[in-house]
Structure formats: C-alpha cells, structure tokens
Design a protein around this ligand. Structure first.
Ligand code: GSH
Length: 194
C-alpha cells in the first residue's frame, strides 16, 4: 500500500491509522500547489481529483476520499473500527459528520477567507465539535479504544489549535490522549509537524 499525503492535511488521518494498524506501507508527499509528488511524479496522473488522501492498494487499485480510505483501513484492521451489528454504520456516521460538518468548515482558514468568514466558521466548528463532545463514549470518541474516526477528528483538532478555534472542553482529554499515542507521534514526526 502507498499513501500519498501532504504534511498536516486531512491525509494525516489515514497516515495515523496505517501506523496504528501496524502494517507496512509506503508514503509519498504531494505538493498540493503544483500537484507534483516528492519523486517528481504528476499527482494528477495518479488521481485526477488532485487532492489527498490517495491510497494505492497492493493490487494497484486507487482509493480516495477520507471516509472511504478510513473505512477501508478499519475494515481491514478491525481494532480500529467498532464492534457490533451497528458498528460499521456508527463509524461511517461519525466519519461523515467529521468530514462534512467539521473538516469542510475549515475552508475559510485554508482558502484565504475574510475575517468575517473565519469568525463565522470558527463558531460553527466549535458548535459542531460540541455535538461530538456531548457524546464522547469513553477515553475516545466512540469507545475506550480509538477508532479511525478519532484520527480524523484529531486532524481537525490540530487545525483548530493552529487557527485558534475553540475546542470544547470534553474533547480536550480525547485530544491529549490521541497526541500521546506512539503511532500518532510517529506520523506527526514523519510529516514534520513536531
Ligand atoms: N473530498 C475529499 C477532500 C480531501 C481534501 O480536502 N484534501 C485537501 C487537503 S485536506 C487537498 O488535498 N486539497 C488540495 C486541493 O483540493 O487542490 C475527502 O473527503 O477526502
């Protein structure tokens, strides 16, 4: 497997998940402004979407979209998913919420939004994070063990920290526990973030 990522981008969720899975995998960084990979390749020839994450599977099949990439990793490494009849559905519910309600709301911060747009986005993100904070199920978001949803949430909390967006108190413990995990440390170091 090979993960194409950009340091600090949402692809960090899959990067952490693969380290947590303990599986061997390759990585290559992508310059998102030029769409050139670290080895000089044309990223748009790998995925015409032109954005990360892009996960090339061992049979050469390409997987994109955080929700699909993280669901794939959790399906293959069940310790990163949720047990039970509704486990996968609940996991996808959380991933979809983090993607569409939290991740995407950071757009004004990444795309040069006005101060007013950033301020509105900041309030919206905190409100959407509060929904999750009110439903924390244990040491992590959905249970006492982290799932791929935690790794996606981690990325958005790192962005919140960077852009001074308020992270609800009830998520602070989850954030601290995630940051302390060895696999998270390895991924953050690999991406040059610590
Ligand atoms: N729909 C995609 C969006 C992924 C995405 O927003 N990737 C950003 C980094 S966090 C990116 O590569 N942006 C560069 C671009 O769109 O040109 C997903 O959910 O995985």
């Amino acid at each position: 497997m090979k993960l194409y990522y950009s340091p600090g981008a949402c692809s960090l969720a899959g990067h952490v998940a693969l380290h947590e899975a303990g599986t061997p995998f390759e990585t290559e960084t992508v310059d998102l402004s030029t769409k050139i990979t670290a080895s000089g390749g044309d990223f748009e020839a790998i995925t015409t979407k032109g954005y990360v994450p892009a996960l090339v599977l061992d049979d050469g099949e390409l997987l994109s979209e955080n929700i699909a990439v993280l669901d794939f990793i959790a399906s293959r490494y069940p310790k990163l998913g949720l047990d039970g009849e509704m486990g996968r559905t609940r996991l996808i519910e959380a991933l979809a919420y983090i993607s569409t309600e939290v991740h995407k709301s950071f757009k004004p911060f990444w795309r040069g939004g006005s101060d007013a747009e950033k301020s509105a986005a900041s309030a919206y993100i905190t409100k959407r994070m509060q929904y999750l904070a009110d439903r924390v199920k244990g040491d992590y978001l959905l249970s006492d063990q982290p799932t791929v949803a935690d790794f996606y949430l981690l990325v958005t909390m790192l962005w919140a920290e960077r852009f001074a967006v308020v992270i609800p108190t009830a998520l602070q413990g989850v954030f601290a526990r995630l940051k302390a995990r060895p696999a998270v440390q390895v991924a953050l170091k690999a991406e040059g973030l610590i």
